[in-house]
Design a protein around this ligand. Structure first.
Ligand SMILES: Nc1ncnc2c1ncn2[C@@H]1O[C@H](COP(=O)(O)OP(=O)(O)OP(=O)(O)O)[C@@H](O)[C@H]1O
Length: 240
């Protein structure tokens, strides 16, 4: 496939992902996942279904036996060691609290004017240490820096957690813009914000990852039993 900017689409695939917990529960059962540039892929599942474990298995720090991770068909495990391939926002804070946003941007190779173009408060506070920002603002900054960093793919684990309503809309819009040149995987419990962004959607239930149509409404996904009847309370995100 050729994208609008004439660059061939990049493909990041993982298969054979297996993870059994010490208590015997099969958390991931022969999972196959495919990401392409030019799209947002949503990853949904109940609390504790293994979404974070899956993202870590793709990114690479959590080695998974028999797994195969490939970039355009070439074996790249661990993916994080491949320059310019993929970056990852974990569920926990990424940036050290004493690092300034400006230093973080330099470290990631992103001009702050680009990453924070639509976020005046972050531009104004780029000389401050991350630990002085509210948890939601720090989360927004981390997600924006990774989205604008020069990688083909970005994996975001709960980027919307703790983010204020105004910034939520802006961050979601930014994901929609960035995906024109990147492949973005987002796992989040804010289904109503996430679903409209997605061109592809996966549901992780009982260790099995299955693709579903992103055309489904949240209500349909709940009715099919894929999602809990009520959304869990948004976890508060705080920088220690
Ligand atoms: N190394 C481990 N040893 C024991 N249990 C583990 C280990 N790693 C993960 N788990 C358990 O596996 C389950 C899945 O964890 P994971 O964080 O991947 O789920 P999740 O879908 O991201 O959950 P949430 O939506 O709540 O963030 C949890 O019950 C967790 O406690």
């Amino acid at each position: 496939m050729i994208l609008g900017n004439s660059k061939p689409a990049q493909v990041l695939e993982a298969d054979g992902l297996q993870r059994r917990l010490p208590d015997g529960r099969q958390l991931l059962s022969d999972v196959y996942l495919r990401l392409t540039t030019g799209t947002v892929t949503g990853l949904l599942g109940r609390n504790g279904s293994g979404k974070s474990t899956l993202l870590q298995a793709v990114f690479g720090p959590q080695a998974v036996a028999d797994a195969s991770v490939r970039h355009n068909g070439r074996y790249v495990q661990p993916a994080y060691r491949q320059p310019g391939l993929v970056n990852y926002l974990p569920q926990t804070p990424l940036l050290p609290p004493n690092m300034t946003l400006r230093a973080a941007a330099q470290w990631l190779g992103v001009p702050t004017e680009t990453a924070f173009a639509r976020f005046a408060e972050l531009r104004a506070r780029q000389a401050e240490p991350v630990g002085r920002l509210s948890g939601g603002l720090a989360r927004t900054a981390e997600a924006l820096l990774l989205l604008h960093a020069p990688t083909h793919f970005t994996l975001l684990d709960e980027p919307f957690a703790g983010v204020s309503p105004v910034q939520l809309e802006e961050l979601a819009a930014e994901i929609g813009v960035v995906r024109q040149r990147k492949g973005v995987l987002v796992s989040d419990h804010n289904y109503r914000l996430l679903l409209p962004l997605c061109q592809h959607l996966y549901l992780l239930t009982n260790g099995v990852l299955r693709p579903v149509s992103p055309e489904h409404s949240v209500e349909e996904l709940i009715a099919h039993g894929y999602l809990p009847p009520t959304e869990p309370p948004l976890r508060q995100y705080s920088v220690p």
